[in-house]
Design a protein around this ligand. Structure first.
Ligand SMILES: [Mg+2]
Length: 268
């Protein structure tokens, strides 16, 4: 199994459950990124969480003393959603957003016009920590009247120190139930996230390792995109829950410390 690591030339890693849980850094995260930086190995932090802008992720990594990284090292489902909208719609197309300020900023920066009261072309839904019944009702009405329904990501939960909390996927499920319309989902396990990250690094899928804590998004999506995969057990999935999937990661490891020790053992 570890022989896969000797082929690694680039790394994509998830954030929630891999680098941190909520506002708590995970053991080994700082050491892991230091190693990548010292060795000059290209890396991308690819997060399905769409609530923050790349600059806010950069600040969080510094605040938690995990690493100093530039925003180019961060790809979020919000960025993938914004570039999708920019490709699919002319400037000024109208979007109603259920989500955080970071998501709203990315969509506005992509040339879209944010609206709250008029029928929009698109409803974009991500994690929203200020979610209200009024926002849900508007989103439901707009989708019923024909707005395109796009989800940044479908994670049902995300890891907090206290345990899993409802994620964007839970909000999508509510709106799907209310409208009988299924969302188009932009984030992992969809290919767009992986393809965006590989393009930024100029890396080949077969020489890139994806590290994640979720089988259903990080690992299955990366396998589908042709990457090597490592499941860390610091987030959502355990050895037991991972075993229930028909496709398995190349590596299952307790955390980034253990992964780095294995890698260094292989390389020396
Ligand atoms: Mg995660």
């Amino acid at each position: 199994m570890p022989h896969h690591l000797s082929n690694i030339r680039a790394v994509i890693m998830d954030a929630d459950g891999v680098l941190w849980r909520g506002d708590t850094p995970i053991d080994g995260a700082s050491r892991w990124i230091s190693h990548l930086q010292a060795q000059g190995i290209p890396y991308i932090i690819a997060t399905n969480n769409s609530s923050k802008s790349p600059q806010e992720y950069q600040q969080k990594l510094e605040r938690l003393q995990i690493a100093r990284v530039t925003p180019e090292h961060i790809v979020s489902s919000g960025m993938v959603t914004a570039s999708f909208l920019a490709r699919e719609y002319p400037a000024g197309a109208t979007v109603f957003v259920v989500g955080g300020d970071g998501l709203r900023e990315l969509i506005a920066a992509a040339g879209m016009t944010l609206v709250t009261d008029e029928q929009p072309d698109v409803v974009v839904v991500g994690i929203d920590f200020a979610l209200t019944y009024d926002k849900l009702r508007r989103a439901s009405d707009f989708i019923r009247r024909g707005a395109r329904f796009i989800g940044t990501n479908a994670d049902r939960t995300f890891p907090l120190p206290e345990g899993p909390a409802p994620g964007a996927g839970s909000i999508l499920a509510l709106l799907q139930t209310a409208t009988d319309v299924a969302p188009e989902v932009m984030g992992k396990p969809g290919r767009a996230m992986f393809e965006t990250a590989l393009a930024v690094m100029g890396a080949a899928a077969e020489h890139t390792l994806m590290i994640g804590d979720r089988m259903d998004t990080d690992i299955l999506g990366a396998i589908d995109a042709g990457l090597m995969t490592a499941l860390v057990l610091t987030g959502v999935d355990t050895r037991d829950t991972a075993r229930t999937y028909p496709t398995q990661p190349d590596i299952i490891t307790p955390d980034l410390n253990a992964l780095l020790d294995t890698w260094l053992g292989v390389k020396s």
